[in-house]
Design a protein around this ligand. Sequence first.
Ligand code: ZN
Ligand code: ZN
Length: 333
Amino acid sequence: MTAPSRPSTRSPRRPFRRRTLAWALTAAVWSTAAAAQPSGTLQVTLLGTGNPRPSLERFGPSILVEAGARRVLIDAGRGATQRLFEIAGRDALVGLDAVFLTHLHSDHVVGLPDLWLTSWVFGRARALELIGPPGTADMASHLEQAYQWDITARSKDEGFPLEGVRLAARDVQPGVVYERDGMKVTAFAVDHGGVLVPAYGFRVDFQGRSVAFSGDTRFFEPLVEHARGVDVLVHEVISPEVELRRTQVQGARAIDAIIAHHATPEQAGTIFSKVKPRLAVYSHIVPSPTTAEDLIGPTRRTWTGPLAVGYDLMTIVIGDTIEVHPRKVQSDK
Ligand SMILES: [Zn+2]
Ligand SMILES: [Zn+2]
């Protein structure tokens, strides 16, 4: 099996530094609800960089965004709960403020019941906000029905508060969908192809720093306007060559459809070259065995700036400099 990809640090224009933050700093951020990160710092951690493939090296798509006291997820794919627990234990689950869904493909939501219910078992006392395209609120109410036995049993048996297992779900239209404590989240429509509508990308702004997430999209030029001026652009990617060799999906029709629904490295590079972020990042890498080498060469045909090929638990600290390092995990979890 291929080892997890490490980031390319080829950075001819604006280099970023790579170093490991002291664990003490990270722990302090999580352990005190009121604790803020260094002023103006926005931090992004790729919890899962994969897709439906049940890979141990690339969990399902999920990205943690930390901005001051706010902690939110973009998508909740398979393993999001395990990754959060690795990072900061119970606090990471109970302290999560909201989950934003790019779209309702199963690989982006299949980790949600685990996250939602396990955080309740561990002490969540307030509702979990769930924000996504039309269909999100329906899905939430069906999840509450599906898990009704557990919800009723645990509230009676263990006395857990029902408010802590409520999903405060909202369907949203493109535009500003969240503004709390200086963190602003803007949703925008992307083009996931064919019948896969609606599908969103998100932009997060915090104290003059910004990051945009493409969500699942094929080449979509309007994304350039939505991501204009961001420090970091996280884009999905597919390697058609590797997909044709390594996919587990059966049938030419399905494989063709998958390739058509995503952006090639050359196409993502074209978007990067128009947005010109301080750092371009790949996540939601299809198929999961795709290596950094598979992606960097084709990307360099269209984008020569700073590029990191995401791996699970890659953290990007966005400040005056942009630092990329593996997130420290708690080994006793
Ligand atoms: Zn996907
Ligand atoms: Zn999708």
